[in-house]
Ligand binder design. Structure first.
Ligand code: NDP
Length: 296
């Protein structure tokens, strides 16, 4: 694993801790000003171990900064109507500031229908069409946590995207598309290209990127030949690769072949210890925003 003290690394541990510290101080000020602590309601359907672990992580993160949580754990055979009823109850409950429905959902439930049902003013994931629309229009309320975390990483690392050729590999609704919108805003002013699996000659695009964001979910597929000398490289990917020497039998790698790319990059995020930690921290920030919104 790379040494996080080296200056080319954008260290997600330090940066995400700084975000958490800020959120914690803001919550302390908020509660000492006679407000109740922010309250996040998480919904988990079924018994996907990864989802269970994510929700446990979010509960722990929240508790550390003074956010109260509850988790509704529904059986795997819960119907779409059953889940919708719970979402409507949470929407109507004035003690709930933020609602988080852990994805993916079970096969019998349409994710889009559930995302659309969450009250947009409580949608701390920022996936509701109203929140995505506001983001696209340039006055976001909740920004999806991963792209939000990337923007925060850049600004806390004094990397100004203005005028940069930014190339994003991946066009998902939770990473690539919202990030493209954020980088296009007049506060960021990058020139943005979004690539995907049908892009012809991907390397021709990535090689001219001043800012390269890899969010494709393909283990270590961006190599040194695809990266411009001096680029800033943000590795969003989290991929499991078999590793018999690891306790769990696998290890996590990004979309970037970091050994090959790091010598060419001016700055690079590690995996693990990069964007993933920022994503976790930004959910806390969104939950504080939700509490403030509720109080107005
Ligand atoms: P999706 O599977 O929803 O999207 C992947 C995108 O990458 C698609 O647009 C796809 O193209 C594109 N793509 C896939 N393969 C290639 C390829 N060979 N060349 C070019 N483009 C390609 O993934 P997500 O956006 O949800 O996640 C992306 C990665 O980021 C995953 O590894 C995920 O685990 C990780 N992730 C990490 C987070 C973090 O906090 N660090 C948070 C969220 C995700 P097409 O649209 O044509 O299919």
């Amino acid at each position: 694993m790379p040494d996080s003290s080296e200056s080319d690394l954008i260290d997600g541990r330090t940066l995400s801790q700084a975000v958490r510290d800020d959120v914690q101080s803001e919550i302390e000020a908020w509660t000492s000003d006679d407000h109740r602590p922010p309250f996040l309601s998480a919904v988990l359907v079924g018994d996907n171990p990864a989802s269970e672990a994510y929700v446990r992580g979010k509960e722990k993160d929240a508790a550390e900064v003074g956010i109260e949580t509850e988790t509704h754990h529904l059986d795997a055979d819960t119907s779409q109507e059953g889940l919708l009823d719970l979402v409507y109850d949470l929407n109507a409950d004035p003690s709930v500031d933020g609602i988080l429905v852990q994805l993916p959902l079970t096969d019998n439930i349409n994710e889009q229908t559930i995302i659309d049902a969450v009250d947009p003013s409580k949608d701390v994931d920022g996936f509701h069409p109203e929140n995505l629309g506001r983001l696209m229009r340039g006055n976001p309320r909740y920004i999806p946590a991963t792209p939000y975390g990337i923007m925060e990483m850049l600004s806390r690392s004094d990397i100004d995207p203005e005028g940069m050729d930014a190339v994003i590999v991946g066009r998902s609704n939770i990473v690539g598309k919202p990030l493209a919108n954020l980088l296009l805003r007049r506060t960021a002013n990058a020139t943005v290209t979004v690539c995907h699996s049908r892009t012809r000659d991907l390397a021709a695009h990535t090689r001219r990127a001043d800012l390269l964001v890899a969010a494709a979910g393909q283990a270590a597929f961006i190599d040194g030949t695809m990266v411009k000398e001096g680029a800033v490289v943000i590795d969003v990917g989290i991929n499991r690769v078999e590793d018999s020497s690891a306790d769990r039998g696998y290890r996590l790698v990004g979309d970037v072949d970091s050994e090959d790319v790091r010598p060419r990059a001016a700055r690079i995020t590690p995996v693990p210890g990069g964007v993933g930690l920022m994503t976790r921290a930004m959910l806390l920030k969104n939950t504080l925003t939700a509490a403030r919104l509720r109080a107005t």
